[in-house]
Ligand binder design. Structure first.
Ligand SMILES: [Zn+2]
Length: 310
């Protein structure tokens, strides 16, 4: 990635020399669309939020564009997931951006994993085996309780940077938290009759979602996080799907749907499109709540249809 960034440095210097756009409020950059959605909820009209990755993009392997460096150079705050989610692409961008306000430990650097109880923290790590979850599983935002934790981190960061707007940030946070609490009750009710149901996923994105809603999602089409499926691994997955009676396979926008469909054909399971980011699947553009709402309903529906089939 570094090599793709360097040729643009001269162009960048010219862009960086131009005056930054004038505007009220904090200039906020979020790494991924879920964090961007939370920043908008908490910041309201006191912030200008831009998001680096697309909702249909793999957060581990991001096509880092030179324009990202410009955004980071001008930002008052950077909101990242942390726990190594962005480790493959963010450090080089920050180096290029030369923005002290975003240095590790600065108030402008909001790391949302900070207050999260991480799952799957490995006792030993061997990156040579393709393990991209070195600091525990970084996909914590699929649990709405962690959405609350992240929103709180964001509000604290915003309050430090813009004390005059802190009451607004805290009020927005309260409203968002109350809405999530109400929806959580509803979501748990929707999935309650599927307690313990087993679902196959392409990548290990869903342990937090599974834990919160009482599902079992520990069988993956990838043999290891970040390693593409192999025929031998798929054969063993197909065996387990058949013996366990699994009826649902979930697949994200940037994963190989054809592989999932082929496994589904051989097992009678159904492929369901899911996403960890608002806007990653149809009907989820509204924000974080709309995304979780979609996930809960799409998965519940597929489980019900699967249970109804002979
Ligand atoms: Zn991952």
């Amino acid at each position: 990635m570094k090599t793709s960034v360097r040729p643009f440095l001269l162009v960048l210097l010219a862009i960086l020399a131009s005056p930054a756009a004038a505007g009220a409020g904090l200039n906020v950059v979020a790494t991924t669309p879920d964090l961007g959605a939370l920043a908008r909820e908490v910041g309201g009209d006191r912030v200008e939020v831009s998001v680096l990755t697309k909702p249909t993009e793999d957060p581990h392997f991001v096509d880092a564009k030179p324009s990202f460096i410009v955004k980071l150079n001008r930002a008052d705050a950077l909101i990242e997931g942390g726990a190594d989610l962005e480790v493959g692409w963010l450090p080089a961008l920050l180096e290029g951006a030369r923005n002290d306000a975003l240095a590790a430990g600065s108030p402008g650097r909001v790391v949302c994993s900070r207050g999260v109880q991480m799952l799957e923290v490995p006792a030993n790590l061997d990156r040579s085996k393709g393990d991209v979850h070195a600091a525990g599983n970084p996909h914590f935002m699929t649990d709405p309780e962690n959405g609350k934790v992240a929103a709180h981190e964001i509000a604290e960061g915003f309050c430090t940077l813009d004390a005059a707007s802190c009451d607004t940030f805290r009020a927005n946070l309260d409203r968002f938290t109350r809405r999530l609490d109400e929806k959580l009750t509803e979501w748990k009710a929707v999935l309650s009759s599927h307690h313990g149901a087993e679902i196959v996923a392409y990548h290990n994105t869903w342990p937090y979602f599974a834990t919160r809603f009482g599902l079992t999602i520990n069988l993956f089409l990838e043999p290891k996080p970040g390693i593409p499926p192999t025929p031998a691994h798929l054969a063993s997955v197909i065996g387990r799907i058949k013996s366990n009676g699994v009826r649902v396979i979930i697949v994200e926008p940037y994963q190989n749907r054809k592989t999932a469909e082929s496994v589904a054909e051989q097992t009678g399971a159904t492929v369901v499109d899911v996403a960890q980011y608002p806007g990653g699947v149809e009907g989820t553009d509204g924000g974080y709540v709309e995304l979780i709402d979609y996930l809960v309903r799409a998965i519940a529906q597929a489980l019900e249809a699967g249970a109804a089939r002979p």
